[in-house]
Design a protein around this ligand. Structure first.
Ligand code: ZN
Length: 266
């Protein structure tokens, strides 16, 4: 049959009506209804139907069904559409579920690799983080990362535990008042001696807290005797020694100096 002789009625004769769908009963290619027509290279029935219906599709314009029946050729259920619309319809049918799933798996795999890299990086930073602490009413905290002095801070004793839990350093080096004999606490008066003893007792308690929290968290902690930590340094000497250019006070300098010999410890 020549295309010129073809009518929509001819096509309908080759279908079975199911509801208002015309289900193609003859050959198909990849599920697309097809028929032999002479003088035409395009033998796809859908394309011929829309052309016979006076709505010819452009050469690269897909003709899709709007009823969901892949083999339907009812002109009322066919329309020429854009390639991207055809893609959307195919996606709605789930045609790309396999590909979409594979892409999603690949994305998740990449995300997991990145997450692992982030965790490795965080672990590496943590493992090279060493805290120096000088416990007291104003507790000095110095953070060394990779052997370099990174931060100085002064915190209240009640913040010691929170800081340890948040920073989770590999090691804590602190000035341990418990390692010093307290003979010097004999003051001039009984009241002065009692006050000094109370203060010393408090610092001892904060040292105990550091040891206990580090023990719980699996952080290596070691106390350095106040006598063994060396002389106090002023801001200028401190800057020259550590390269620290920011502000410092006696508490933060003490914290940094107590950990200084251990700053690169593994
Ligand atoms: Zn239909």
């Amino acid at each position: 049959m020549q295309f010129e002789d073809l009518t929509i009625a001819h096509i309908k004769d080759r279908t079975e009506e199911v509801g208002d769908c015309w289900i193609w009963q003859q050959g198909s290619t990849n599920g697309y209804p097809q028929m032999k027509v002479q003088g035409r290279c395009c033998k796809l029935v859908r394309r011929m139907v829309v052309e016979l219906d006076g709505r010819p599709a452009q050469p690269r314009q897909p003709v899709v069904v709007t009823c969901g029946e892949a083999r339907c050729v009812n002109p009322a259920h066919l329309k020429a559409t854009s390639i991207s619309d055809a893609g959307k319809r195919a996606a709605e049918r789930g045609a790309w579920k396999g590909k979409a799933r594979a892409a999603k798996i690949a994305r998740t795999r990449r995300a997991n690799v990145n997450k692992k890299l982030d965790m490795d990086k965080a672990r590496e930073i943590r493992m090279s983080t060493i805290l120096g602490m000088d416990p007291g009413a104003n507790t000095g905290v110095a953070t060394f990362i990779g052997g370099k002095l990174a931060t100085l801070a002064t915190i209240a004793p009640n913040e010691i535990e929170r800081v340890l839990r948040e920073v989770m350093p590999a090691r804590v080096v602190f000035e341990d008042s418990r390692l010093q004999s307290h003979t010097w606490t004999r003051g001039k008066s009984g009241a002065a001696s009692a006050k000094m003893a109370r203060n010393v007792g408090q610092v001892d308690a904060w040292c105990f807290l550091i040891t206990a929290v580090c023990g719980e968290l699996g952080i290596a902690a070691h106390g350095v005797s106040p006598a063994g930590k060396g002389a106090k340094v002023n801001a200028e000497r401190f800057a020259a020694l550590t390269g620290w250019t920011g502000a410092s006070n006696e508490h933060t300098r003490d914290a940094a100096m107590v950990a200084w010999p251990y700053r690169g410890a593994k």
